[in-house]
Design a binder for this molecule. Structure first.
Ligand code: ZN
Length: 303
């Protein structure tokens, strides 16, 4: 397959910012998967790697995990998304979205109701999917990017590190399915080294997307090379969408790592920043990437 065009830099702030703006945040459950407990929380010992992919782990101890995305409604910029959930084809044929190998392995554990496709969920909330012009991708793994093709009018925000990893050699082995990366859409790079980056809370470099403090991208590499978390300001509280920088609340609270990490050193640094934020801002809500118990406690919308 021919390489996709290199994304251009995002020009910040994006239009639509309003001083003092707050956003409405709708957590969207896009399906469920299941994985062996040692995948989410690393074990020691000789067989740890095998057990992390389920070998020798009783099927009863696999845990259900939510596949998630977020609708964020900004008063000036309109609706945007964080991640895209799953292509509706996953409900019937995971192989058609994830490909032969992933579709037959981890992908076969996915379950999805037809109404869980993100466009359906937007319509149910009175939002026309065609009005979503902006999608911030925490990263491009297949459980976050499968639904990208449903938003052909959107600009996708990603980091260069993530883009390069997702389009690099053997990227399938790292959790990327290149056909998810739709062509003919606008990809824009977030540059945390650029002059727009500024410190916020416990994070040294953040990008204030609209220049009004309502939506900030935070670099949290480690799970993948270019992973991004997102800070959202609602009228009542601050929400930190951690993405897969921490799969679970257990990891956030104890530091217990998952089995597979692209860069251990960066993961540690990112997790530490999340942990300090969590400790210093006890009133803020930190949402881990794949924790069903934590997910069930969320409100349908935060305004
Ligand atoms: Zn994930």
């Amino acid at each position: 397959m021919a390489p996709l065009p290199e994304p251009r830099p995002a020009v910040l702030p994006l239009p639509g910012g309003r001083q003092g703006a707050t956003v409405r945040v709708h957590p969207l459950l896009c399906g469920l998967a299941s994985w062996p407990e040692p995948w989410a929380h690393r074990e020691g010992g000789r067989f740890a790697k095998l057990r992390s992919i389920g070998t020798g782990v009783s099927r009863d101890s696999w845990v259900p995990v939510p596949i998630v995305a977020f609708l964020v409604e900004h008063p000036g910029a309109g609706p945007m998304l964080i991640d895209t959930g799953l292509d509706p084809v996953v409900a019937e044929h995971p192989r058609l979205s994830f490909g032969r190998i992933l579709g037959a392995t981890g992908g076969k554990t996915f379950t999805m109701e037809p109404g869980q496709a993100v466009p359906e969920q937007l319509r149910a909330r009175g939002v026309n999917p065609a009005d979503v012009k902006l999608i911030l991708m925490t990263h491009l793994h297949y459980d976050h990017a499968s639904g990208m093709g449903q938003f052909p009018n959107a600009t996708f925000l990603i980091t260069k590190w993530e883009w390069d990893a997702a389009n690099g050699p053997m990227s399938l082995l790292h959790g990327y399915v290149r056909k998810h990366f739709v062509r003919d859409v606008d990809y824009r790079m977030l540059d945390f080294e650029g002059r727009e980056a500024e410190p916020y809370a416990t994070f040294g470099r953040t990008l204030d997307l609209f220049g009004d403090g309502s939506v900030r991208a935070l670099p949290t590499p480690g799970h993948t090379h270019g992973h991004v978390s997102v800070l959202l300001r609602t009228s009542r509280l601050e929400i930190l969408v951690a993405g897969d920088a921490t799969y679970t609340r257990h990891t956030l609270e104890t530091g217990h790592r998952p089995a597979h990490i692209e860069d251990e050193r960066l993961f540690t640094r990112s997790l530490r920043a999340l942990q300090i934020y969590h400790r210093e801002k006890p009133d803020a809500l930190v949402i881990p990437g794949h924790d069903l118990d934590a997910w069930r406690e969320l409100a349908p919308v935060y305004a």
